[in-house]
Design a protein around this ligand. Structure first.
Ligand code: K1U
Ligand code: ZN
Length: 178
């Protein structure tokens, strides 16, 4: 496994529409997903799309880092990695919910985005099995944020032009100072 560089705005790769994975889930693809997961944990973040490490394919990893209520304080949170290959939203609720989103490709910028509260998704998992499931809460928010990445859309594209331009300027300054 390896930690890969996460690209940030205004890298034009982030605007690219990612291609579906052909030929199912192979060992090579699993190795890429392992690298993505390690990169996401290192950042740290709760989701990552392949394009964020420069790979324009429809693959997402996620770990919402939910802590079981009965876990003793001294115990670290158990890892709950999730892998999504060729994910699709097959249904979205009319009800919307708002979440203060962040993005590893737009570091240190957070803002509220309104999205469908619940979605039903279809995807292939790490084993290559087809899964259909309904998501709500942070899971629904995060999968929609990550699927936007697969379509070349960032959470700041849901904001006003003024806020989007400010966010890009902030990230450029951060990178210059680094
Ligand atoms: O860049 C990304 O796509 C990852 C992004 C996912 C996300 C966060 C919030 C709402 C929607 C999607 C992040 O992980 S930003 C960092 C973050 O939220 C976080 C980091 C450490 C601990 C807990 C959360
Ligand atoms: Zn993001």
């Amino acid at each position: 496994m390896a930690i890969r560089e996460i690209i940030t705005v205004p890298n034009p790769l982030l605007k690219q529409v990612s291609k579906p994975v052909e030929g199912g889930v192979t060992d090579e693809l699993r190795a890429l997903m392992d690298d993505m997961l390690e990169t996401m944990y290192d950042a740290p973040g709760i989701g990552l799309a392949a394009i964020q490490i420069g790979e324009p394919i429809r693959v997402i990893v996620m770990d919402l880092q939910e802590r079981p209520d009965d876990l003793p304080e001294e115990e670290p949170s158990p890892k709950q990695p999730r892998f999504f290959v060729n994910p699709e939203i097959v249904w979205a609720s009319d009800e919307l919910s708002t979440y203060d989103e962040g993005c590893l490709s737009v570091p240190e910028v957070y803002d509220e985005v309104k999205r469908p509260e619940r979605v039903r998704i279809r995807y292939l998992n790490y084993q290559g099995e087809e899964i259909i499931e309904e998501c709500d809460g942070l899971y629904a928010t995060c999968i929609q944020h990550e699927m936007d990445h697969l379509n070349g859309v960032l959470f700041i594209d849901h904001l006003s032009k003024l806020k989007r331009d400010r966010a890009v300027t902030k990230v450029k300054k951060l990178r210059k100072a680094a």
